[in-house]
Design a protein around this ligand. Structure first.
Ligand SMILES: NC(=O)c1ccc[n+]([C@@H]2O[C@H](COP(=O)([O-])OP(=O)(O)OC[C@H]3O[C@@H](n4cnc5c(N)ncnc54)[C@H](O)[C@@H]3O)[C@@H](O)[C@H]2O)c1
Ligand SMILES: O=C(O)C[C@H](O)C(=O)O
Ligand SMILES: [Mg+2]
Length: 488
């Protein structure tokens, strides 16, 4: 019943089981475990013989709320609820996991009621050995499971992704799911200007936040630009100059000491910055003033970062329809509200936020449309498509196919109205299409090994339409049979 109510009223309940309410749950939820070496027996103690989807976190960066230790379990549960509601994964076959490696949250370390380990987070080789042990255990018991890494601090998010992605069926939602959703939205923002998608490489993009999500988006956007420019080395190099990245220390240039290796490819060249009147550490207002960007995208976890001053500066954008992506979660961490953005900049802008906001009533009966730019549009389809293709790994191509599918889902007239993402109420249909696109790509890349009676050879023979049908037929539905027949 729970899932029936959820599936049929997804628009109303997604903000409860998912962001923003899940953020509150994570802040207030107070198991503990010191189970190093016991992971295999713990996994074999789980009562379900089949697990299709695991969402795992270590609680180190829950939404924009920081290190919440074991209380982060809420996010794994919330994401899996969406796997059931959006992707039709059987709720008996999902497993939320929180790996307790301690916390660096001072408040939790002192709280007598905190249920997790009250010790500093494990780090280095010790930390890695725990996560390695977990991965070995779950893939030993359930070789076909898919593991979604969620809300790991950036420091580990990239390392773990690189460590496991060529061996296990896993992906990082914050790095890869977010990137795909952002790409779909960025392409939508180009179309909303009445321009073709091949104009995307001309967009000037300022990104506030260079963590797992920001860097994930930057890498994917750069690759997408390069593909549109001819997919060669020089296209990839020239795409770099379309991005300005501002983090807690301001604009990132090559002048920065101790630069994070993930951010290095996006550091502005000093001479280039000079020419624009910018320097290392320039603040966001200065950067927006000088760059006059087409897109301002926030993944900073800093609520209100897009202040009135920043939004005022965006008035000089060279775009006919400047786009604002205030993607940080939950609600209070959004870089700005749609009200602020539409009020200051007018009704022609494109606006998206990570957590749900209402549309804004503007003068003359106009409506400022608030899109929800959230990885929920993609992760369920990536998981379902991987499951049903039986792909050995989750390739860049599969992720790209998912993003392109989401972008193509939007019709021209919607995009021109500023609607760049579909309504959450159609998430089951979107997820079906995204999953089908992922299956198709896995087959084309020869990664698909099949699922149950659908073996790899048979998968290869399916037409596009048959793949969609196959996906649909494998989505679990909470349907109640009629138990009492009444004869009139
Ligand atoms: N909408 C979505 O689908 C989606 C997906 C993933 C993450 N997020 C959100 O993105 C946010 C960031 O996630 P993350 O994993 O990248 O976090 P993170 O902590 O790894 O990164 C945050 C980044 O923001 C920068 N930052 C901090 N203060 C800043 C400031 N004043 N100006 C500019 N940059 C500043 C930090 O230096 C860091 O680079 C979170 O709020 C998360 O909820 C949203
Ligand atoms: O959980 C969300 O709502 C999106 C994203 O994964 C995040 O970490 O903010
Ligand atoms: Mg997340």
């Amino acid at each position: 019943m729970y899932y029936k109510v959820l599936s049929e009223n997804i628009e109303e309940y997604a903000p409860i089981v998912y962001t923003p309410t899940v953020g509150l749950v994570c802040q207030n939820y107070s198991g503990f475990a010191e189970d190093r070496g016991e992971m295999m027996s713990m996994v074999y103690n789980w009562p379900a013989d089949q697990v299709d989807m695991i969402v795992v976190t270590d609680g180190s960066r829950i939404l924009g709320l920081g290190d919440l230790g074991i209380q982060g379990i809420g996010i794994a549960i919330g994401k899996l609820d969406l796997y059931v509601a959006a992707a039709g994964i059987n709720p008996h076959r999902v497993l939320p996991v929180m790996i307790d490696v301690g916390t660096n949250n001072e408040k939790l370390l002192k709280d007598p009621l905190y249920l997790g380990l009250q010790q500093e987070r494990l780090d280095g080789e010790e930390y890695l050995s725990v996560i390695d042990e977990f991965m070995r255990a779950v893939f030993t018991r359930w070789p076909n499971v898919i593991v979604q890494f969620e809300d790991f601090q950036s420091k580990w998010a990239f390392k773990l992704l690189q460590r496991y992605r060529n061996t296990y069926r896993m992906f990082n939602d914050d790095v890869q799911g977010t990137a795909g959703v952002a790409i779909a939205g960025l392409l939508g923002a180009v179309r909303a200007q009445g321009r073709p998608m091949i104009d995307f490489p001309k967009q000037k993009i300022v990104v506030a936040g260079a963590g797992s999500a920001g860097i994930g988006v930057l890498n994917a956007a750069r690759k997408t630009m390069a593909r549109l420019l001819g997919n060669n080395e020089s296209a990839f190099e020239s795409a770099r100059s379309q991005f300005w990245v501002v983090d807690a220390l301001g604009l990132i240039t090559e002048d920065r000491s101790d630069i994070d290796p993930e951010a290095l490819p996006f550091a502005r060249k000093v001479r280039e910055a000079d020419r624009q009147g910018l320097r290392e550490g320039a603040n966001l207002v200065e950067v927006v003033k000088k760059v006059k960007p087409d897109v301002l995208l926030g993944l900073s976890a800093v609520g209100g970062l897009f202040s009135n001053e920043v939004l005022e500066a965006l008035k000089d954008s060279t775009s006919t329809r400047p786009a604002i992506f205030a993607m940080s979660n939950p609600t209070k961490n959004a870089e700005c509200t749609p009200e602020q953005a539409f009020t200051i900049l007018g009704d022609h802008i494109i606006f998206a936020s990570g957590s749900p906001f209402k549309n804004v009533d503007l003068e003359d009966g106009k409506i400022g449309h608030c899109n929800q730019g959230n990885n929920m549009y993609l992760f369920p389809g990536i998981g379902l498509g991987t499951l049903l293709s039986g792909a050995r790994i989750i390739s860049d191509g599969m992720l790209q196919a998912a993003a392109e599918c989401l972008a193509a889902y939007m019709k021209e007239e919607e995009v021109l109205r500023g609607v760049i993402y579909p309504s959450i109420s159609s998430i089951r249909d979107i997820t079906k299409e995204v999953a089908a696109a992922v299956v198709k790509e896995a087959v084309e890349e020869d990664l698909a090994e099949g699922y149950r009676s659908m073996d790899a050879r048979e998968l290869k023979r399916l037409s596009q339409e048959e793949i969609v049908k196959y996906v649909q037929n494998n989505m679990w539905n909470p349907v109640y049979p009629t138990l009492v027949y009444k004869n009139d």
